[in-house]
Design a protein. Sequence first.
Length: 175
Amino acid sequence: MSASDLFALFLHFLSLSVFATGGAIALASDMHRYVVDRHGYITHTQFVDSIALAQAAPGPNILFVTVMGWQIAQLPGALATTLGLSLPALVFPVVVSRLSRLPQFDRLLRALQRGLGPIALGLMTATVYLLLRGLPGSWQGPVIAAGTLLLLMTTSIPPVVPILAAGAIGAVLAW
């Protein structure tokens, strides 16, 4: 991978980070569009495997970005994706905390807080669609996900119970 391609990868992940209101996983659909669909750096299976590996490993969920970058271009790719996604998260809180002390920015900051919620939900919905669309047998994954969501919305069961149950059902069906 050339230096200009690495820099473009870094800039893309840097621009995505501005909208990371739902965390890195909420941006997976656009990451997929860029690294799989547009440039073909990795396959859909490698992309989904990087998410699965990072979710199974202890530590922050952002690890899938590092794994994906490693698959694209080893250490330079891992640095480009991870730093691109992490730098704004390091800078923005400092800037926002400074601005929040100034009364002229109160209205702007409240509007940002109200507006980012729907953006996060939309990004997470796109990621769920991305992960479910590639499943073989196509109807079981969405049915399991919808059932889990319904249980989470209508009961007071701790979220880990239906999520683990959905994983177990998916594993049994895949076996």
